[in-house]
Design a protein around this ligand. Structure first.
Ligand code: ZN
Length: 92
């Protein structure tokens, strides 16, 4: 079993850029999230940790690299992130 997961960062990691998400693929999700929280496993998570930016696990899908690739094409779309979706200002 493998998982595709979406991390939602509390703030944009690069100022002036909307990149607020990290999409990844893992077979041991708990282990991977633990590593990300320690700033390991991806450059983005390392930078986020250095800057004191936290993240939440926004969504998890059962799937493999093919799904990861597909989701990566619109990873910054609020539609795939429940946290962004619920935070939309014009939504009750
Ligand atoms: Zn989001």
């Amino acid at each position: 079993m493998s998982y595709v997961y979406l991390l939602h960062f509390s703030k944009p990691i690069t100022p002036g850029r909307p990149a607020q998400h990290y999409l990844g693929w893992a077979s041991d999700l708990d282990d991977r999230i633990r590593k990300h929280r320690n700033g390991k496993g991806s450059r983005l998570c390392q930078v986020a940790k250095e800057r004191g930016i936290s993240f939440e696990l926004a969504e998890v899908w059962k799937g493999d690299r093919a799904l990861e690739r597909k989701l990566k094409q619109n990873k910054n779309s609020p539609k795939i992130c429940p946290i962004c979706y619920h935070n939309k200002p014009n939504r009750k």
